[in-house]
Design a protein. Sequence first.
Length: 284
Amino acid sequence: MSTQAQEAREALGARLRGFRKDARFASGRALARELGWQESKVSRLENGKQNASEEDIRTWCTVTGQEGHIDDLIATVRHIDELWLEWRRQLATGAEKRQQAAIPVYSKTKVFRIWHPTLVWGTLQTPEYAAETFKQVVRYYEIPDDTEAATAKRLERNKYLYQGGRIFNVILAEQALYSNFGGPDVMKGQLDRLLSAIRLPRVSLGIIPRSAQLAIWPGNSFSMFDEKLVLVETYSAEFSVTQPREIELYAKAFALLKRSAVYGTPVRDLIFAAIDYFDRMATD
């Protein structure tokens, strides 16, 4: 969760802890018995480790005699929920709108730092590969199928590879060369696109071989836009990181990942090996 959301959740937990103590429940265990909850739930709520539901707030405030704070705390809970933006909300009308929203961010960014352990970064994708990823998004989230429109919007970002003085620092794990979207022909086309991309003067493509000694655990994929914004994707949500101290951690993580990556000729060798793999798959 982003720092802003986590800090809000911890602040809410501190208020709930204060209500418990003011009501003379000496411990979380005592309050849990009164509420009929597990003691661990009380602890998680007080320490900001778990999101409180609106019903949790009503119950807690009623038992501790703080009914006057119910509306205020429910508003806080709803604000925390807004800070954690669910994919379902972003994708409610399909994937195109989310792709469109990314374009202004790309237009303003001068230095990109991209890490992805399992697939090729969107701006380096071919139309066929991108379409296959969107088909999976449509099936998984059960959203309107606007694959063609979403693919077109994603491909709009390719122009920034050639415009202005932007710098693209991209690191992929070797697995990204083998994650099979669309079968051998689609994958060979995508790998050929990577061979073209590494010849672009502003693109630095590193690959972390599967046998590389890691300086940091791989973690989730993330995209860093200058020193202003980091977007992190999970299965359930995308969250934005804007706090300077948290952005510094992602910059540090990227630098550590870079230490495990190879560049230049070793990258071409890894891509050619993956092309050979899909050639053999096509003939089997």
